[in-house]
Write a protein that binds this ligand. Structure first.
Ligand code: NAD
Length: 363
């Protein structure tokens, strides 16, 4: 039995991870620690918060003393670090918050973990896992090979630079102090409970509300989409069998341009309206409610500065070392995601009601 501390557990990947872990490892205890910024939404955990094994504490990862106190109190042996400022566009507008949370916050966690695990030595084994991004590797040209774990860091946005800095701190704590760490660098995730500033939920909700679908530049930027459930399975494998001090890349092996992805989302929304007449009453502002394709909402907007052209992940290491296999392809994962947003209007209204922005897009 393990006792996990999950930072950022009220966010998109964090809430899916907590739900996944409760299902797969029902005997483990989970302490969710989250500051509940605009991106953290407690109702995303509604179905697991009542479990006796799950505890929630609201707090900032920069509070090292509080993290250390909680690690001792709950005898934490596994720290899964997902808390972050995660939106690239926001990092361009205000990079300081990204340095504060992603760099200083990660360092506070490392200091607390070192004290609890290497100085106090109250648990027999430990693991510090940092959930990072493929954006640390920068941008690929059309013919470049995919990122491996040995690709040099070349971050292009303040967000990516802050995640790269955090990765390097985690590495340094492993090499210098012997903290047992692992890092995963994953591609763009999608699935349920994603805050609607990110491309897929933003576009689904804009379709339903009849709001333009803003496409950066020529829309030909390529991303490798990973369903969040597959990501959680990869994290489980890395935690169980990943070698301390190592990094593992996780991707979806599905490279599509933003334009192709948007076309798929639009087609799915149109199809749902065709199959379910009730949607016309529920979403009267959607063009599909009046027989018009939602793709008519697509609008090109000026590109964002430093916009990476292409990401692609080489997953040989996690596949060969840990036997990881993807289980959800983009077509079925996207269809389920569109259905989830159509069926969870209350969650969407709730998360947006407390947001300060819902009109930007990131991929
Ligand atoms: N979503 C993706 O496609 C993707 C891809 C690669 C890597 N990642 C990484 O995965 C992790 C989770 O991403 P996400 O999409 O779920 O992000 P998210 O923005 O949905 O959630 C982040 C969570 O962290 C919390 N948080 C922010 N600052 C905090 C602080 N100072 N103290 C405590 N909690 C704080 C927020 O309240 C929120 O619940 C991040 O580290 C991100 O960099 C995400």
């Amino acid at each position: 039995m393990s006792s996990l501390l999950v930072t950022g557990g009220a966010g998109f990947i964090g809430s899916n991870f907590v739900r996944y872990w409760c299902r797969k490892h029902p005997g483990d205890r989970i302490l969710v620690y989250d500051a509940l910024t605009y991106a953290g939404y407690l109702p995303s955990l509604a179905d697991v918060l009542g479990l006796p094994t799950v505890t929630f504490v609201q707090g900032d990862i920069r509070n090292e003393a509080e993290i250390y106190r909680l690690m001792r109190l709950h005898e934490i042996d596994t720290l899964v670090h997902l808390a972050a400022e995660s939106h690239v566009d926001r990092s361009i507008e205000g990079p300081q918050a990204f340095v504060d949370t992603n760099v200083s916050g990660t360092h506070s966690l490392l200091m607390a973990a070192r004290r609890a695990w290497l100085v106090d030595r109250r648990v027999p084994r430990h693991r510090f896992h940092h959930v990072s991004t493929d954006e640390v590797y920068g941008s690929l040209g059309p013919a470049d090979p995919p990122f491996t774990e040995r690709t040099a860091f070349a971050p292009n946005s303040p967000y990516a630079a802050s995640k790269a800095a955090a990765d390097l701190l985690v590495r340094a704590y492993s090499r210098t102090y012997g903290l047992e760490t692992t890092i995963s660098n994953c591609s763009n995730n999608y699935g349920p409970f994603q805050y609607p500033e990110k491309l897929i939920p933003l576009f689904i909700l804009n379709c339903l509300r009849g709001i333009p679908l803003p496409v950066y530049g020529d829309g030909l930027n390529i991303r490798d989409w990973l369903h969040v459930e597959d990501h959680c399975r990869a994290l489980d494998l890395v935690l169980a069998h990943g070698r301390p001090g190592e990094t593992y890349n996780v991707g979806g092996e599905t490279q599509v341009s933003n334009l192709e992805l948007i076309a798929q989302v639009c087609e799915l929304v149109d199809r749902c309206f065709g199959e379910d007449p009730d949607l016309r009453d529920r979403f009267p502002d959607c063009p599909a409610a009046h027989g018009r394709p939602v793709a008519s909402l697509q609008t090109f907007v000026p590109d964002r500065p430093g916009h990476d052209r292409r990401y692609a992940i080489d997953m040989s290491k996690i596949r060969q070392e840990l036997g990881f296999r993807l289980s959800i392809d983009l077509a079925s994962g996207l269809a389920a995601t569109v259905q989830w947003y159509l069926g969870n209007q209350e969650w969407c209204d709730g998360v947006l009601a407390r947001s300060d922005s819902n009109s930007v897009v990131s991929a």
